[in-house]
Write a protein that binds this ligand. Structure first.
Ligand SMILES: Nc1ncnc2c1ncn2[C@@H]1O[C@H](COP(=O)(O)OP(=O)(O)OP(=O)(O)O)[C@@H](O)[C@H]1O
Ligand SMILES: [Mg+2]
Length: 243
C-alpha cells in the first residue's frame, strides 16, 4: 500500500526581515512517521515548526498538511512550544491546562466529552494523581508531561514538539521518549538531545538554514558506544544527507 503523505513542503523559503532563515526546503513526511529535527541554535528549527503549524507564512514556496494549507488544519496538530511561560501566581490546575488543548477558535466551552478525554490522557500518561494540583506545585519534568498531555488531548493526527526534554533529568527524558515511541501518530520532535536518535525515530532532519534529511540516524551505534560529539554528528549529517 502506498504511504500517505501527511506533510509536503515544496521549495520553501522564509525570512523575518532581510535575511533568509530557511532556504529551499523540500520534504515529505508520511503518516505515522517519527521524525527528529536537530541543528545548532538559531538554525531555524522553531521557525520551521511554526511554518508547519501555520503560525508563520512562507515567504516563497508551499506547505501542505493533508493537501491543505496548515492554517486550515491547525486544530488537528498537537503542539508543545519550546518555551511556555506559566504565570505561577495563577491558581490554575493541571486539569485546566490539559483541557485548554480541547479548545479552538470554534469551540470556546467545555463539554462532557472534553472532561472524559482529559481524564483518559492523564491516565495514559500516568498523571492522574496530579489532576487537581496547581501548576506552581509541579516539577519541571511534570510540567513538561502536562504540556504533552495538552498537546495530545485533542487526539491530533500530527504531534509537533519543540524541545520536549529540555531541562529534564535523564529519568524524565527516558520516560518522555518511551511515551513518544509508543504513540501511534505522525511525530515531529525538535531536540538538542542526540539521545533521541536511539529512541525509535524513522528519520532525522538537520536544519541550519537548509534542511538535510537522513534515513539511518543512529548509524548502527548503540548509546553506550555513542561517543561521537554533537558537532561531528552535525557534520556527518550535513555531508551525507539523502536529499
Ligand atoms: N520573531 C522573529 N523576528 C526576527 N527574527 C527571528 C524571530 N524569531 C527568530 N528569529 C531569528 O531566526 C533565526 C532562527 O531562529 P529559530 O528560533 O527558528 O532557531 P532554532 O533553530 O529554533 O534555535 P534554538 O535551537 O536556539 O531554539 C535566528 O537567527 C533568530 O534570531
Ligand atoms: Mg528553537
Amino acid at each position: 500500500m502506498k504511504k500517505q503523505i501527511a506533510i509536503e513542503v515544496k521549495n520553501l523559503f522564509f525570512k523575518y526581515d532581510k535575511e533568509y532563515i530557511l532556504e529551499d526546503i523540500n520534504l515529505k513526511i508520511y503518516e505515522n512517521e517519527y521524525i527528529a529535527i536537530i541543528g545548532p541554535n538559531g538554525g531555524g528549527k522553531t521557525t520551521f515548526l511554526k511554518l508547519l503549524l501555520g503560525l508563520l507564512t512562507p515567504t516563497k514556496g508551499s506547505i501542505k498538511v493533508y493537501d491543505k494549507p496548515p492554517s486550515r488544519y491547525k486544530t488537528s496538530i498537537g503542539y508543545l512550544p519550546q518555551r511556555v511561560n506559566f504565570n505561577l501566581d495563577m491558581p490554575i490546575s493541571v486539569k485546566d491546562i490539559v483541557l485548554q488543548g480541547r479548545l479552538n477558535s470554534k469551540k470556546l466551552f467545555y463539554e462532557k466529552e472534553d472532561y472524559k478525554k482529559c481524564d483518559q490522557i492523564l491516565e495514559k500518561l500516568d498523571l492522574k494523581d496530579l489532576k487537581e494540583r496547581k501548576i506552581s506545585q509541579l516539577s519541571g519534568g511534570q510540567r513538561q508531561k502536562i504540556l504533552l498531555a495538552r498537546a495530545l488531548v485533542s487526539e491530533p493526527k500530527i504531534l509537533i514538539l519543540d524541545e520536549p526534554t529540555a531541562s529534564i533529568d535523564i529519568k524524565g527524558q527516558k520516560e518522555i521518549y518511551k511515551i513518544l515511541k509508543e504513540l501511534e501518530l505522525t511525530k515531529i520532535v525538535v531536540s538538542h538531545d542526540i539521545k533521541i536518535l536511539f529512541e525509535g525515530i524513522d528519520r532525522v532532519a538537520y536544519i541550519n538554514r537548509k534542511l538535510f534529511m537522513h534515513e539511518n540516524p543512529n548509524f548502527g551505534l548503540k548509546p553506550a558506544e555513542g561517543h561521537f560529539c554533537e558537532m561531528e554528528l552535525f557534520d556527518y549529517l550535513r555531508k551525507n544527507s539523502d536529499v
